[in-house]
Design a protein around this ligand. Structure first.
Ligand code: C5P
Length: 222
């Protein structure tokens, strides 16, 4: 069977990573969380007090930042220059700053180069915002996942509560809507459905249902 590339895009908290991980597991493919790469750089920039407007400083920081996505039992570990940042990159501080880092063209150029290198041999499930439109325009399967802001905030809220994190539903709604707006309105590779992507509205679907739908499409193409 052919080892294809699968692109999964969509707005914040639409369930991309959960679904992408499950598909990668079924196919024994590599899962690549491109959001984690932007988060890792944002984490380092905040830690070093670098201005998020300073593109030159961010790009030189990135050149000095080795980001590793390592499969593990619990899913995936994110390492930055050897430091395990898996959890800290999901913090509120990083989450609310990441779109400001990700809008810089030179930062994106370097991230995209790294992402394409990871996918060059196929067998990859990659999730993000611009995978189908820009990073892997030739991906054999492209999916665009969406869900209402209310539903996405509710899912994130439940997740936070389950993890024992403080969480406020109304705040989450605002933060998610703001991140979507920044990601959709930026000049370079904004969040957008690729013309040839299959759109799935997950608002009233279970995770299993979403995975099944995508697997049907995948099975036609491998
Ligand atoms: O997917 P996740 O929510 O972890 O992504 C975090 C942020 O990283 C997004 O809100 C977006 O600003 C940025 N991002 C991006 N392009 C990607 C993946 C993520 O700009 N391919």
């Amino acid at each position: 069977r052919k080892r294809i590339n699968i692109a999964i895009d969509g707005p914040a908290a639409a369930g991309k990573s959960t679904v992408a991980k499950m598909i990668a597991k079924r196919l024994s493919y590599i899962y690549i969380d491109t959001g984690a790469m932007y988060r890792a750089l944002t984490y380092r920039a905040l830690q070093q007090g670098i201005s998020l407007d300073d593109e030159q400083a961010l790009i030189s920081l990135l050149k000095d930042t080795y980001i590793e996505l390592r499969p593990s039992h619990e899913g995936q570990l994110v390492l930055v220059n050897g430091e395990d940042v898996t959890n800290v990159i999901r913090s509120k501080e990083v989450t609310n700053a990441v779109s400001l880092v990700a809008k810089h063209p030179l930062v994106r150029e370097e991230m995209v180069a790294r992402q394409r290198a990871l996918a060059k041999n196929g067998g990859v499930v990659m999730d993000g915002r611009d995978i189908g439109t820009h990073v892997l325009p030739n991906a054999e399967v492209k999916v665009f996942l969406k869900a209402s802001v209310e539903e996405r905030a509710r899912r994130r809220h439940k997740e936070n509560i389950a993890r024992g994190f403080p969480s406020d539903l109304e705040t989450l709604k605002k933060e998610i809507a703001r991140r979507d707006q920044l990601d959709s309105e930026r000049e370079v590779a904004p969040l957008k459905k690729a013309e040839d992507a299959i759109e799935i509205d997950t608002t009233s679907l279970s995770i299993e249902e979403v995975v099944e739908r995508i697997m049907e499409i995948v099975n036609e193409r491998i």
